[in-house]
Design a protein around this ligand. Structure first.
Ligand code: FES
Length: 158
């Protein structure tokens, strides 16, 4: 993340942690993942532009809604370097994330509804149970949790 920093608005990692409410280790983690960036002062000490406080607030909100870090990073990279996101930019980001969130809500709602059949059942029926995966046949459909990740329009896996 390339950026221009006003030296009068720079913060130490401790100041960023205190003001943003996240541990220092989290600030370092966000930086290592390319979500925020720092510069070095003349004494080779890490300094952050105060705009990272807004970025961290956005990251925390996005994480609470389950947005993956790589999606957050991509959205933040779309912002002009070193600038505080304005209302329009925030709306654009939140609109994009809303679609992702709605997709996950659909998946989880479907999974919840399917698991309702299993609670207190225990049959693990090959024909009825959404948890059943005899001989790993779902593995032939691709990697990952096939039941969880299938789209509504593809129908129900057996
Ligand atoms: S355990 Fe019976 S439907 Fe899942």
């Amino acid at each position: 993340m390339e950026k221009t920093v006003d030296p009068s608005r720079t913060l130490t990692v401790g100041e960023v942690a205190r003001r943003s409410g996240v541990p220092v280790s989290t600030v370092h983690f966000y930086e290592s993942k390319g979500l925020i960036a720092s510069t070095r002062n003349s004494g080779n000490q890490r300094r952050f532009d105060s705009v990272v406080l807004r970025y961290i607030a956005i990251i925390k909100v996005a994480q609470r809604t389950g947005i993956p870090l790589d999606e957050i990073r991509d959205a933040l990279r779309g912002l002009p370097a070193g600038s505080k996101p304005n209302a329009q930019q925030w709306q654009a980001m939140s609109r994009r994330w809303k679609d992702s969130l709605n997709e996950r809500i659909e998946q989880l709602t479907r999974l919840r509804d399917e698991l309702m059949h299993c609670i207190g059942c225990g049959c693990l029926s090959m024909n009825e149970c959404p948890l059943r995966n005899p001989a790993d046949i779902l593995g032939q459909q691709g990697p990952g949790p096939q039941i969880l990740e299938r789209k509504l329009e593809t129908g129900v896996a057996s």
